[in-house]
Design a binder for this molecule. Structure first.
Ligand code: CO
Length: 211
């Protein structure tokens, strides 16, 4: 561990050196400000590093990560990131990226008690309950787990659309597309669930705000 810890700081020095070798103004340019076109909401899982898997450079993606890429409408952290991304940075695309093999989603399928995290996992259990007819039909446990990962992403995309932040942006004519992706940790490939939510019309009527 001590070795890895020291190695990280050395890696940083090497990285700075290589960036400056390619472009002496690299950090000067980045320090002027950011205008990323993308907001990424992904899982905290160490195997799903946002920028790396999509080849995005510093300055291109605004990132929020938590366990199981959740959009919990009372989460001040998520709401603050979303508000800043939409209203200040004016991102055009919001991507919720889940991943197969997600430990948070898997825990939600079981009755295991872990601790405080049970209360976070509960939000994922709600997704199971909404889709329990479809999920319980899937007999193979792995297939059911994979589908649950996908449905969890779908619900988080809809949850973004339900926020006053995104609906206000849509109403004012701001272009904001909300997408759902699933990353496969087995082969590195991202599956686009092809949702592309861009207005509140596909939300259940009760969620459509008169703005
Ligand atoms: Co995960």
């Amino acid at each position: 561990m001590e070795n890895l810890y020291n190695q990280l700081l050395q890696n940083n020095k090497d990285w700075v050196k290589s960036k400056l070798a390619q472009d002496p103004n690299y950090f000067n340019r980045l320090s002027l400000g950011q205008s990323p076109p993308i907001l990424w909401i992904g899982c905290a899982d160490s195997r799903v590093p946002a920028n790396e898997i999509i080849g995005a450079k510093p300055g291109e993606v605004f990132v929020h990560r938590n366990i199981a890429n959740m959009v919990v409408h009372s989460d001040m952290n998520m709401l603050s990131v979303l508000d800043y991304a939409v209203n200040v940075l004016k991102v055009k695309h919001i991507i919720v990226c889940g991943h197969y093999g997600c430990g948070g989603v898997q825990a939600a399928m079981t009755n295991k008690h872990i601790g405080l995290i049970d209360n976070w996992i509960r939000h994922i259990k709600d997704v199971y309950r909404f889709h329990q007819d479809e999920l319980n039909e899937i007999k193979d446990e792995k297939d059911r787990f994979n589908r649950f990962v996908e449905l969890n992403v779908v619900e988080q995309v809809l949850d973004l659309g339900k926020t006053s932040i995104v609906q206000t942006a849509w109403e004012s004519g701001q272009e904001v597309h909300v997408h759902g992706w699933v990353y496969d940790i087995h082969d590195g490939i991202i599956k686009d669930l092809e949702i592309n939510l861009k207005d509140n019309k596909s939300l259940s009527e009760v969620y459509q705000l008169d703005i």
